[in-house]
Unconditional design. Structure first.
Length: 360
C-alpha cells in the first residue's frame, strides 16, 4: 500500500491538488492508496498513529507545499516541522518515506539531507511516485525513476525530472475531501499547464515545474471542472504559474469552457502575467467564468521592471486594469518592493502609479 500524507496545516486550508493528482495516478496504476490529510484533522499525532497502524504501508509519501509562510512579520519556516514529522513516522513504521511537492522541489536535495528521508521526488510526482513504488517492489533500480533523489552508500544521488511534454492529469478529483475544504473557505484549484519559460529574476517555478510550458488538453481541464462542480464546488483558482503563458492555450481553455457553458456555473480566479493580455482574452475569460485576476506586476518603475526581467511596462499595468474594469473582472496587482537597486524614489514611483490606476 502507498500512504500519502498532506503535511500542510496552514489556515485557511488549501486543498492539496498535487497529492490528489498523485493519488489518482497511483490508483490508475493498480496501486492501493490510503490518504491522511493533516489539514482536516484535529489531533495530528493521534491520527497518524491510528492511520499507520490500520493501513501498514510499504511506502509513505509526504506532500510538502511550502517551505515558509511567505509572510515577512512571522517568517515561519516549515522544514523543521517536516523533519519532526518524519521522526514521528519513523517511530511508528519501517516503511521508507518519500517527500515531494512544489515547496520540496525548490530545495530538494537540501531537504532530503535535513530531514533524513530515504527519497525525494523533484518535479512532476504522478509518474515518478508510481515508478518508485514499482522499483521498491520489484527492482531497486532507482536510476529509472525521474526526478528521484536517493541515498546510495552514504552519498545522495539525484535524477533529472522527466518534465513530460504530454501533460495529462487525472480528472476525477475524488481522492480528497474537496467539499470540506470548500465549506471551510479553503481554496480548491485546478491546473491547466505546468512550467514557465519566463526569466523573472526571483521565481522558483522553473525549479518545481520546469522551464518549458507544458499544456493539458482543454477537454481534460473542462472534464475536471465538471467533476468538481458535481461535488458542489463552484469557485476555483488556477494553480498555473501564469494562465496566459502561452496565450493560445489560455484562449483554447476558455473556448472549451464556453462551449460547455461552464462560465454560467463556475467562478474562477487566475494568476496572469501582465502581458499578453488584450480585449479578446479578457472577454473570453469573463465569459468562461473568470471573475478575478491577480497580475504579476512587481513594479511600475522602468528601472525595477528591467531588473526583475519583466517584459511589461507601466502602461501595460494600466491597460490590464482598464480591461478588467470593462469586463467586470476584479483585478489585483502583486508588487515586489525592495529588490536589487530599489530606492525610495523607485518605490514611490510604483506606489503613486498603482494608486493612480486604482486596482481593486
Amino acid at each position: 500500500m502507498l500512504t500519502l500524507i498532506n503535511t500542510n496545516r496552514m489556515v485557511p486550508a488549501i486543498a492539496p491538488i498535487g497529492l490528489e493528482y498523485v493519488a489518482e495516478a497511483a490508483v490508475r496504476a493498480g496501486i492501493e492508496v490510503s490518504i491522511l490529510d493533516l489539514a482536516l484533522c484535529q489531533e495530528p499525532e493521534t491520527t497518524i498513529r491510528e492511520h499507520l497502524a490500520a493501513n501498514n504501508p510499504s511506502l509513505i509519501g509526504l506532500s510538502f507545499r511550502n517551505v515558509d509562510d511567505c509572510f515577512w512579520p512571522s517568517a515561519q519556516w516549515f522544514v523543521p516541522g517536516l523533519s519532526q514529522l518524519v521522526q514521528s513516522i519513523r517511530g511508528l513504521t519501517d516503511a521508507p518515506i518519500v517527500v515531494g511537492g512544489v515547496g520540496f522541489s525548490v530545495f530538494a536535495q537540501r531537504i532530503v539531507e535535513y530531514t533524513g528521508v530515504e527519497f525525494g521526488i523533484r518535479g512532476d510526482g504522478e509518474g515518478a511516485t508510481v515508478a518508485l513504488y514499482r522499483q521498491l517492489q520489484n527492482g531497486l533500480d532507482f536510476e529509472k525513476v525521474p526526478g528521484l533523489i536517493w541515498r546510495d552508500n552514504g552519498r545522495i544521488r539525484s535524477n533529472e525530472p522527466a518534465w513530460p511534454a504530454d501533460l495529462s492529469l487525472p480528472v476525477r478529483r475524488n481522492m480528497i475531501d474537496n467539499a470540506t475544504y470548500f465549506a471551510r473557505g479553503g481554496q480548491c484549484g485546478f491546473e491547466t499547464k505546468r512550467g514557465c519559460n519566463r526569466q523573472c529574476l526571483y521565481c522558483a517555478d522553473p525549479l518545481s515545474k520546469g522551464a518549458v510550458p507544458r499544456s493539458r488538453k482543454p477537454v481534460e481541464i473542462a472534464d475536471e471542472i465538471e467533476s468538481l462542480l458535481a461535488q458542489g464546488i463552484d469557485v476555483l483558482h488556477t494553480c498555473d504559474a501564469e494562465f496566459n503563458i502561452p496565450r493560445s492555450h489560455a484562449v483554447a481553455v476558455c473556448e472549451e469552457l464556453n462551449r460547455r457553458s461552464l462560465g454560467e456555473r463556475v467562478r474562477w480566479y487566475a494568476y496572469l502575467a501582465v502581458t499578453p493580455f488584450d480585449a479578446e482574452m479578457a472577454a473570453a475569460m469573463r465569459k468562461a467564468g473568470c471573475v478575478g485576476i491577480n497580475f504579476t506586476g512587481d513594479s511600475a518603475s522602468e528601472q525595477m521592471l528591467s531588473t526583475y526581467r519583466q517584459p511589461h511596462r507601466s502602461k501595460d499595468l494600466a491597460n490590464a486594469v482598464r480591461l478588467c474594469r470593462e469586463n467586470g473582472i476584479k483585478v489585483m496587482i502583486d508588487l515586489l518592493l525592495g529588490g536589487p537597486g530599489e530606492t525610495p524614489q523607485t518605490a514611490a514611483e510604483t506606489i503613486d502609479f498603482i494608486k493612480k490606476i486604482d486596482p481593486d
